[in-house]
Write a protein of this length. Structure first.
Length: 136
């Protein structure tokens, strides 16, 4: 199975600047004026320009809103240096929503991109999630 990540944004060029500036991503293909492929992660990321206020989908009353919002699906971006990665993401336009937290498996930074999408930076230590996983 392949996985593709799609992120709706209201300003494609600003989103390209953020995602390439905050992370080690580079522009791949462009799909007209409204979509771009970012490469450098294990799964390609597609930025899709969708106007604020446009319908979220057919049959939905919900409209796109790029203020900070919650969704049950978000990105966890694994990094080698959480402090440096937080600093880089903030300089590119992200918001650090809580101080970095330490867990038995590593460190976690709760963040948001400039388009209201939440994401986490994760730095594993030791055996990562295996530090807390139940035996099979």
């Amino acid at each position: 199975m392949d996985l593709l990540v799609n992120i709706d944004v209201d300003d494609l060029e600003r989103a390209i600047g953020f995602y390439t500036g905050a992370f080690d991503l580079r522009v791949g293909r462009r799909f007209g004026a409204d979509a771009v492929e970012l490469l450098g992660a294990r799964a390609p990321i597609y930025l899709l320009e969708k106007a604020s206020g446009s319908p979220a989908g057919s049959g939905f009353d919900q409209r796109r809103d790029y203020a900070r919002h919650w969704t049950p699906v978000h990105l966890d971006i694994v990094v080698a240096d959480i402090a440096g990665s937080v600093e880089r993401a903030v300089k590119a336009g992200a918001t650090l929503e809580e101080p970095v937290r330490s867990q038995d498996w590593g460190q976690l930074a709760l963040m948001a991109d400039p388009f209201g999408n939440g994401f986490c930076l994760v730095q594993f230590v030791g055996r990562g999630y295996d530090e807390i996983a139940d035996p099979a």
